[in-house]
Design a binder for this molecule. Structure first.
Ligand SMILES: CSC[C@H]1O[C@H](OP(=O)(O)O)[C@H](O)[C@@H]1O
Length: 351
């Protein structure tokens, strides 16, 4: 059965995103007509996941440009740069969108001599190509991560994986990063069971990862975040595999809140901790984890569940959406180009 599709794009139908705030009980697609819509659905987390954020952001620019005409490439470039400066402020921690924006700005500079219609066509083509490129990258991540975990496990029997948040088809253009590794292990018949954390307060695990795993019949169990230590003590977990929103040059990794404590518990029990991410989540311009901006989300997202107040009225909330796992707690970073230790990220970019 095919995985769930978070992003739909066609030349004729334009751009639609699956409203992930309503999953898993309601499946509703929302039309995105321009960058204002793109910014809104990203900031509200109707679409989320570092790769999906980058793809929807760039496709929202593409659909906006298709509705406009320009008299010169200078006018086109000025419009695009102004919209990109707005779009990049939608969510600060994940770097994928910022990298895609920086790459597009360079592309515009390098191709500023093209006429407006040629340049507009190429900008739209770049955005559309991100969909296929992301799926291909995720499948390579899945293969590389599967091989690395089986090698660590000594290829004997089947294995048990713990994962956090949602890093599957709902966080990407398809297949997923950490969940792509899990899919690959399942496809080769080596996955005994995957445990997914609830991932409070947005519940990406309980609502989205569990949805993907059940949808595809992958053997899985849901745990709440506070059960992770007992799980690793009692269930012989082979490895922890999670995603990344921004990997600093020294290998420190920002990911969904709760990742850092999983890494601490994994280190305590000697369970290898893997990050799975595309190269576009690696930010070599940010030296270390403490330099990564952590997004804080509205108190209501912590105090409420499905819009119903659960916390005592009047209590204040501290609601960071991410934390940073130090490189010292990470065994390997799984990418589409291979698996490296956190201190060898630069080798991924060597020509
Ligand atoms: C491959 S998704 C990467 C990353 O994005 C998620 O954050 P959010 O749901 O807030 O967008 C989570 O941290 C995933 O690990």
């Amino acid at each position: 059965m095919s995985a769930l599709q978070s992003i739909k794009y066609s030349d004729t139908e334009g751009l639609e995103i699956l409203d992930q705030l309503l999953l898993p009980l309601t499946t509703t697609y929302i039309k995105v007509h321009n960058v204002d819509d793109g910014y809104r659905v990203i900031k509200s987390m109707q679409v989320r996941g570092a790769p999906a954020i980058a793809i929807v952001g760039m496709l929202s620019l593409a659909v906006e440009l298709k509705s406009l005409s320009f008299t010169s490439s200078d006018e086109l470039i000025s419009r695009i740069n102004q919209r990109l400066s707005f779009l990049v402020t939608s969510r600060p921690t994940a770097v994928n969108l910022a990298i895609a924006i920086a790459d597009l700005r360079q592309f515009l500079q390098d191709n500023r001599l093209l006429d407006a219609s040629q340049l507009k066509f190429k900008v739209i083509q770049r955005a559309v190509s991100m969909l296929e490129e992301d799926v291909a990258s995720n499948k390579a991540i899945g293969k590389n991560g599967c091989e690395a975990i089986l090698k660590h496990a000594g290829e004997t029997g089947t294995i048990r994986i713990l994962t956090h948040c949602n890093t599957g088809s709902l966080a990407t253009a398809g297949y997923g990063t950490a969940l792509g590794v899990i899919r690959s292990l399942h496809e080769v018949g080596k996955l005994e069971r995957v445990y997914c954390t609830e991932t409070r307060p947005y519940n990406q695990g309980a609502r989205l990862t569990a949805y993907e795993l059940v949808h595809e019949g992958i053997p899985s169990s849901l745990i709440c975040d506070s059960m992770a230590a007992l799980l690793m003590e009692r269930k012989d977990i082979t490895a922890v595999v999670v995603g990344a929103d921004r990997i600093a040059a020294n290998g420190d990794t920002a990911n969904k809140i709760g990742t850092f404590q999983l890494a601490i518990v994994a280190k305590h029990f000697g369970v290898p901790f893997f990050i799975a991410a595309t190269l576009t989540a690696i930010d070599m311009n940010t030296a270390k984890g403490e330099d990564i901006e952590i997004e804080f989300r509205p108190a209501e997202e912590l105090a409420n569940t499905n819009g119903v107040r659960t916390a005592a009225p009047g209590i204040s909330c501290w609601n960071p959406a991410f934390d940073v796992t130090p490189a010292s707690h990470i065994k390997g970073i799984v990418t589409e180009k291979g698996v490296v230790s956190p201190d060898r990220l630069s080798t991924l970019f060597a020509s």
